[in-house]
Design a protein around this ligand. Structure first.
Ligand code: ADP
Ligand code: MG
Ligand code: MG
Length: 865
């Protein structure tokens, strides 16, 4: 009874944990009756034990010998037999595919004697000695770590392989201090240990870290009979896909190399030919190959990739697995398989992800026309952006044409410029830097941390190596791979984005119709609704086209910017009730018109309006600027007037920690008339829509509530105002849950709230006790490296901590008021992993930026499966 070794015939595709992907799938193909050379797999258990103890588990080699005898019996050849030698490959393969990261040794079993046997049996001297040469090289490199170039330096095409064997043996002996092992069994045992050891090769460790593959799984080792593609014209080797992995197009697709062994294809030494050429060279094998691929697709119910070898006109399968594919191919193939009756629509949804859909929505560079990049940074937010360089936010806003905002790093003051720019390039900061997070939220292209770039905003230069670029020079950013180009690389909007914008019918485009089909089904299975964070009628209209069923967050502070700043200044500087009322009266009609347009765009759907949230001094000029202005006026002997009063106000309102200061509901309770004006604007806008025959469904949301007393005060005043506007429809009043105390006292707060909406950005920063604007550049990168975070908690909701507060608030809120509507607004609402959590936590909707809506819709559906 074997403990560590499985014959191919005893395994199957579901044993990947134990046999690795390669071993499990070779077993599956063997059971399917496909032509697989006989062999067996040593389990990952054995590898883990080996890595733990430093030696092969007791009894393992006996088991290997036992299974080897079965292989020998099946083929009628023996390992080490001088006349009819069996040769073996010893291959790595863990549960998750790690292409090329670990080791494989071919042609085990050759030595000074068997090489002659192989030559006689095959009638091909050259082939036999070349195989021996390959073995010494691979074995030397893998088992003894002999640098590859020592061998490659001696290698010359057309050299006599018999002489090369002599040379390689000398290199081997010189490097290791002993001769190349002549015992085939010893070769086999060393090869197995070496493959186990390759699990911990630097590049394998790095790859796993990058891909999130656990480091403790270990690799299996597959030992199988060699077949020879390097055995003349009627032999060859190739890789193939059952469908095109780039586009998903139906039909086999592959590369074939005549008269070659497997590793030659990957090494790219010689040019491969297509499968149609194989059809010409060896029609019988080609037909058989297609038949095998069809069987594999039917078995795996998905795109498969395979490695195959043809030896003297006989086809052998050496590997298969469910193949990697581009995001576009993922959607196309999933929809095709549904159409072909292979999988259900539910299964199709499981096979695509929100991240893939996100990629499909970003504009794309036309790949043929891209020149050499000038530098490469961190691919922070995908997309392709082209524009003239600007070095500050104001210039970005003022520029007539498309611009790229180039900053050393960004901060919240750059927001208007980031909104105005096509793309953002920074020299400092990683994937969680301010620029990266904000850009992703906005669906804006961003390359950050391009550390070869020197940004001198004062001189107006961007220097990269010897290249100096100036304001107005055009650059192109590829947020998908982090590349930065000088000049304009042509872009085009993605087809999927054009479809959501309503510009593209789906029937004629396989990708678009696949996306449409899967999202249609998503709409049927999702329980979570998806609302939009939209501040303007234009945003709301786009959100609606993208499938939003409401606005979950309208940030009213955006209505206080631009020309209206002056009114806000007047409000802040008001010394008397009269002055204050005058400023508010001037703001009222402006806000009302904004809301009227917004309600029209979302007619019939809920629109959640958040009362003003940020500290008022954010609407005033920066302290330094005011100080300079006042100083200049004084120097010239001119009156500083309003500037002096503003300066005094800014000083008075200065806060050490504005995030925890006078903002949100606190502001509403301290500045008389401010919230009242906003409530009135909402109600009057709704009344106007009703009068115009519309169906407005506004809701009023109070930010930063920590206790029911705050909410009660705002609510009482709001109800008073609403009752004075008879035409206004019923308006629900609810609260954000973003202060930890609100989550803990949600049971009380629900008595006065018609709905909750989690503000997970604030809830995250207040729960962790760090401010988003300050920490991302300061230490997040380090925390990610150290593994303190696996993802930024501002990107993916921290289930363990912040998630507990969410669950507490849901439970306590619904205990008080079972019909309480609960949603979430903030960046997490469009993050796939977080959407799943919100589904599990029983929320009613998530709200996210318009471009994330299709992604959230897809993930909301996937969360139910
Ligand atoms: P990787 O996981 O890096 O792809 P593989 O174990 O698949 O490594 O092996 C590398 C190459 O060796 C492959 O191209 C494969 O086709 C070839 N190969 C492996 N085993 C055999 C065999 N038994 N006969 C012929 N070629 C083989
Ligand atoms: Mg392979
Ligand atoms: Mg907030």
């Amino acid at each position: 009874m074997s403990r560590y070794v499985f014959d191919f015939i005893d395994g199957n595709k579901d044993l990947k944990d134990l046999l690795g992907g390669k071993g499990a799938n070779l077993a599956e193909m063997t059971r399917m009756g496909l032509p697989v050379p006989p062999g067996f797999t040593v389990t990952t258990d054995a590898c883990r034990e080996y890595l733990h103890t430093g030696r092969l588990p007791g009894g393992l080699l006996d088991e290997v010998e036992e299974h080897l005898r079965l292989v020998e019996a099946r083929l009628g050849r023996r390992l080490g037999d001088p006349a009819e030698p069996l040769l073996l490959s010893v291959r790595s393969g863990g549960k998750f595919s790690m292409p090329g990261m670990m080791e494989t040794i071919l042609d085990i079993g050759l030595n000074d004697t068997t090489v002659r046997g192989l030559a006689r049996r095959s009638g091909d001297d050259r082939f036999a000695w070349d195989s021996y040469r390959r073995l010494i090289q691979m074995f030397g490199r893998t088992v003894h770590g002999i640098p590859g170039d020592l061998f490659e330096a001696e290698f010359a095409d057309g050299a006599d392989p018999r002489e090369l064997v002599e040379t390689f043996k000398k290199i081997f002996a010189a490097y290791t201090g002993h001769d190349f092992p002549q015992s085939p069994h010893e070769q086999l045992y060393s090869a197995i240990s070496a493959v186990f050891t390759s699990w911990n090769a630097d590049r394998a460790v790095l790859y796993r870290r990058q891909e999130g593959i656990p480091q403790d799984l270990g690799t299996a080792v597959t030992v199988m009979a060699m077949v020879f593609g390097n055995h003349g014209d009627r032999s060859g080797t190739g890789v193939a896909f059952t469908r095109d992995p780039a586009t998903g197009r139906r039909g086999a697709y592959g590369d074939y190399l005549p008269d070659a062994q497997g590793e030659d294809v990957v090494a790219g030494i010689r040019n491969t030919v297509g499968l149609d050429e194989l059809a010409r060279l060896d029609p019988a094998s080609h037909v058989q190959l297609l038949a095998v691929m069809e069987k594999l697709e039917r078995r795996y119910r998905d795109l498969c990739d395979i490695e195959f070898t043809i030896e003297d006109g006989k086809l052998w399968m050496l590997q298969t697995r469910v193949g990697k594919r581009t995001p576009a191919a993922a959607f196309v193939i999933a929809a095709q398989l549904v159409e072909e009756g292979t999988i259900t629509l539910d299964e199709a949804l499981r096979r695509v992800t929100g991240e893939q859909l996100a990629h499909l929505m970003f504009p794309v560079f036309d790949p043929v026309s891209a020149p050499e990049p000038v530098t490469t940074g961190v691919a922070a937010s995908p997309g392709a952006a082209v524009g003239a360089i600007v070095f500050d936010s104001a210039a970005a806003v003022a520029a007539p044409g498309p611009v790229i905002l180039v900053r050393h790093e960004t901060n919240p003051d750059d927001l208007p410029g980031m909104i105005a720019a096509q793309g953002i390039l920074t020299a400092r900061g990683g994937k969680t830097s301010h620029a990266a997070v904000v850009a992703r939220g906005m669906g804006k292209t961003c390359v950050c941390g391009a550390d070869e770039a020197v940004v001198d905003a004062v001189a107006g230069t961007l220097t990269i190596g010897g290249t100096v670029l100036r304001a107005g020079d055009v650059i192109s950013l590829d947020g998908t791979d982090g590349k930065v180009y000088a000049g304009a690389v042509p872009v085009r909007p993605s087809r999927v984005a054009r479809f959501f914008e309503g510009e593209l019918a789906s029937a004629d485009d396989p990708l678009v119709s696949a996306v449409r089909r899967l999202l249609g089904h998503a709409g049927e299975v999702a329980r979570l609704e998806v609302h939009a964070n939209a501040d303007t009628a234009a945003d709301a209209a786009r959100a609606r086209r993208f499938g939003a069923t409401g606005v979950g967050l309208c940030r009213t502070e955006h209505m206080f910017l631009g020309a209206r700043r002056e009114l806000v200044e007047r409000l802040i500087l008001a010394d008397t009730d009269q002055e204050r009322t005058a400023a508010l009266d001037a703001l009222l009609p402006l806000q009302r018109d904004d809301f009227t347009a917004l309600f029209a765009a979302m007619d019939g759907l809920p629109v959640t309006v958040r009362l003003i949230d940020p500290p008022l001094h954010e609407f005033l000029p920066p302290l330094e600027e005011l100080t300079a202005r006042v100083a200049r006026a004084e120097a010239l002997g001119e009156p500083a007037g309003d500037d002096a009063r503003l300066l005094a106000a800014v000083r008075r309102m200065h806060e050490q920690n504005p995030m925890l200061g006078l903002r949100g509901v606190r502001l509403g309770l301290v500045v008389p008339g401010l919230f009242a004006m906003q409530v009135r604007a909402v109600a009057e806008a709704a009344a106007a829509r009703v009068a115009a025959g519309g169906n407005p469904r506004p809701e009023i949301m109070v930010p930063l509530v920590g206790t029911i007393q705050e909410l009660d005060l705002v609510r009482a005043e709001a109800l008073r105002i609403l009752s004075g506007i008879p035409l206004a429809p019923p308006i629900r009043i609810g609260t954000m849950i973003e202060v930890p105390r609100a989550a803990l006292t949600a049971g009380e707060i629900a008595r006065s709230a018609d709905f909750f909406s989690f503000g997970t950005n604030d809830l995250t920063q207040m729960t962790w006790g760090f401010s988003r604007d300050d920490v991302e550049g300061a230490f997040f990168g380090r925390y990610l490296d150290l593994g303190v975070f696996t993802a930024s908690p501002f990107e993916t909701l921290d289930r363990t901590g912040v998630g507990q507060l969410v669950r507490i608030a849901v439970d306590r809120g619904r205990a008080t008021r079972p019909d309480l509507t609960i949603g979430v607004c903030g960046e997490h609402g469009g993050d796939p992993a977080s959407v799943r959590f919100f589904h599990e936590a029983g929320l009613d909707y998530v709200s996210c930026s318009p471009y994330r809506i299709p992604i959230a819709r897809l993930e909301a559906a996937r969360a139910t499966l």
